[in-house]
Design a protein around this ligand. Structure first.
Ligand code: NAD
Length: 253
């Protein structure tokens, strides 16, 4: 039995975030699902309805700094100390670089990097005071490789990877670990929205395992990284979970 944790999961009401929240609950830990989308929250509330699960829901837009500050304060006062944070909330849009407006670029940075940063800062402050805690940021292989249509999204995820390194180094002496997971293509509502059949076929061709990942395949690593007893000496790392995508050179099949 691992130590009791309270894990705050942004974007926890859908896809990868939801799978992570579920895996957290399966550990017997407490999950706080923070998501912008009321409908997704309702759906996940129904999906997780079981009396023995210690799960809390809150409607929150991570791009709203004041709301994040307030939400973290309220959670700590009313639910308890947050011992783990997973930044899974994110948005994506496939647009060619030459067609990308500054407004779209800023919006993607605002949610994916700045939103994750503000949540990390607010929760890490308290973790540092207590001398322990773990943060897992959901980056992407698009922050490591140049994927077509991903100029803003890729830059945002590269930002998440660097933020992970800087915060890991700054917070290490305070007992707080910060790591990232860079998933390849994973079957989620977000991907079903932006990947056409053609894009899907292209991804499958480039992933050596020839398939999309499942949200549960990301969740296992998130739970591992959150657990000091398993990952206590791991900080500042980005783990690719991508069926071999970033390892591959020229594919011959
Ligand atoms: P998803 O759309 O299924 O889930 C994302 C959740 O985040 C949604 O419930 C959404 O409401 C919430 N969200 C979005 N903006 C928010 C905001 N401003 N404040 C609070 N909540 C917000 O997407 P997913 O595929 O599960 O993606 C989760 C994370 O994984 C994202 O950061 C995404 O970039 C990353 N990722 C996904 C893939 C993939 O192939 N699915 C690959 C690499 C990385």
């Amino acid at each position: 039995m691992s130590m009791q944790q309270t894990v705050f999961v942004t974007g926890g009401a859908s896809g990868i975030g939801f799978a992570i929240a579920e895996a957290v609950l399966d550990q017997g830990w407490r999950a706080i699902i923070a998501d912008r989308d009321e409908r997704n929250i309702d759906q996940s509330r129904k999906a997780l309805a079981r009396s023995d699960r210690d799960v809390h829901f809150l409607q929150l837009d991570i791009a709203d700094e004041a709301a994040v500050v307030q939400a973290v304060e309220r959670c700590e006062a009313q639910i308890g100390p947050v011992t783990g944070l997973v930044n899974a909330a994110g948005i994506a849009k496939d647009v060619a670089a030459l067609d990308t407006s500054a407004e779209l670029f800023r919006r993607i940075l605002d949610v994916n990097v700045v939103g994750s940063f503000v949540a990390s800062r607010e929760i890490a402050k308290r973790m540092c005071e207590r001398g322990s805690g773990a943060i897992v940021n959901i980056a992407s292989v698009s922050g490591i490789r140049g994927n077509i249509g991903r100029v803003a999204y890729g830059a945002s995820k590269a930002g998440v990877i660097t933020m992970t390194q800087v915060m890991a180094v700054e917070l290490a002496a305070s007992g707080v670990r910060v790591n990232a997971i860079a998933p390849g293509p994973v079957d989620t509502p977000l991907v079903r929205e932006i990947h056409t059949e053609e894009i899907r076929a292209q991804w499958i061709e480039r992933v050596p395992q020839r398939r999309y990942g499942k949200p549960s395949e990301i969740a296992g690593m998130a739970v591992f990284l959150l657990d000091d007893r398993k990952a206590g000496f791991i900080t500042g790392q980005t783990i690719c979970i991508d069926g071999g995508f970033t390892a591959a050179g020229l594919l011959v099949s």
